[in-house]
Design a protein around this ligand. Sequence first.
Ligand code: AMP
Ligand code: ZN
Length: 116
Amino acid sequence: MEDCIFCKIIQGEISSDFIYESDTVVAFNDVNPIAPVHILIIPRVHIASMNDINSDNSMIIADMVAVAVEIAKDKGIEKDGYKLLIRTGKNGGQEVSHIHLHLIGGAPLHEDIHSL
Ligand code: AMP
Ligand code: ZN
């Protein structure tokens, strides 16, 4: 998708180090981390938001969650815990219109919904 920053990252037009990549998803560090571990897991295909998820494509969400858990274990943050977050739309605070799962952890997270 033209003008989608995350599609550009997938296509290598914007540089980012992939922490993980598979046929369906890639993961990379958030450029503006709010915790010691702050990683974004995104589908390779452009899906604008959760509003575009349906029974035909919902497996991509399962892929993203499975990768997030794998990375959490790889980073050693699974025992203390972490947060998985998908923002949706204006009221959800979504800034990039390409679905992304935030993996946030490595320190206690306060419950300020505006910052997290
Ligand atoms: P959201 O507010 O849920 O849409 O989250 C968008 C996230 O993308 C924010 O946490 C940004 O810091 C992050 N972000 C934006 N541009 C980049 C980039 N080029 N590389 C990595 N993360 C980015
Ligand atoms: Zn995109």
